[in-house]
Design a protein. Structure first.
Length: 153
């Protein structure tokens, strides 16, 4: 029988990506890359709506997953990386170069957590899990957009 806690674990771990014994956040981000490829034919408005809904779901699921795992921002929780990466890709076309650059930039921002992203982790519950990754996605998306505006991408 599938319980609510099992559903929370499946979603929180990005369908198991967060269970990777090495670099679970990177594995979760790769799930974001795969979702971007699946969304390739969709208009950006639909991608935006999906990201908005996913971010809300991520806050709830992450908060519940912290309760299930009994640990604040457990490394197995990667739904936040997925949402943050998908947000990062909104301002640009989905192609190999943009995916690669977004992946590298997003991981750098997610790991280093430049100001004020580190402080976002102090938010309560799922908000603290997701907010820094949404911030990393905004930083990444802004850089990608600037590169597009200046004709680099």
């Amino acid at each position: 029988m599938v319980t609510k806690d099992k559903i929370i674990k499946v979603l929180a771990t990005g369908f198991g990506a967060g269970l990777s014994p090495v670099l679970p956040g990177t594995a979760g981000t790769l799930v974001g890359v795969l979702l971007c490829l699946a969304f390739l034919p969709l208009h950006w408005v639909f991608r935006f709506l999906f990201v908005a809904v996913l971010a809300g779901v991520a806050v709830y699921v992450s908060g519940r997953a912290e309760e299930v795992y009994g640990k604040k921002d457990d490394q197995r929780i990667v739904i936040d990386e997925i949402a943050g990466f998908l947000l990062a890709m909104l301002p640009v076309a989905i192609n190999f170069l943009n995916l690669l650059l977004a992946f590298v930039l997003f991981r750098i921002f997610d790991i280093l957590k430049p100001f004020p992203l580190r402080d976002f982790q102090k938010f309560p519950g799922g908000w603290g899990v997701v907010a820094d990754d949404i911030g990393a996605g905004i930083y990444t998306g802004a850089i990608l957009l600037i590169l597009v505006i200046f004709g680099v991408l």
